[in-house]
Design a protein around this ligand. Structure first.
Ligand SMILES: [Zn+2]
Length: 90
């Protein structure tokens, strides 16, 4: 059913559904050609750019994750080594 899904996507590209008569109309149409009602324009798709503060917060979060992962890796490796050497007997 992959092909029909692709066709549906192509058919839907640049189109929207009239909220009044549910017919498919041009995405940029402000008046439905079928029922002559005013239809809302599509919402802009771009996201608001992140503020500098938010980006810094994200960077700090990434840094924290990296440190935690690195610490877990080192602890795991140390345990593996100590057990392997017979220093720790579980
Ligand atoms: Zn309509």
């Amino acid at each position: 059913m992959k092909i029909s899904e692709d066709i549906a996507k192509v058919l839907m590209a640049g189109m929207k559904i009239c909220p009044y008569c549910k017919k498919r109309i041009n995405e940029n149409a402000t008046v439905c050609p079928y029922c002559q009602k005013n239809v809302p324009l599509p919402k802009p798709k771009f996201e608001e750019p992140k503020s500098k503060e938010e980006m810094e917060k994200d960077a700090r979060f990434d840094m924290g994750c990296t440190i935690v992962v690195a610490a877990l890796f080192i602890i795991g490796f140390a345990l593996f080594y100590l057990i392997g050497e017979g220093i720790i007997d579980l």
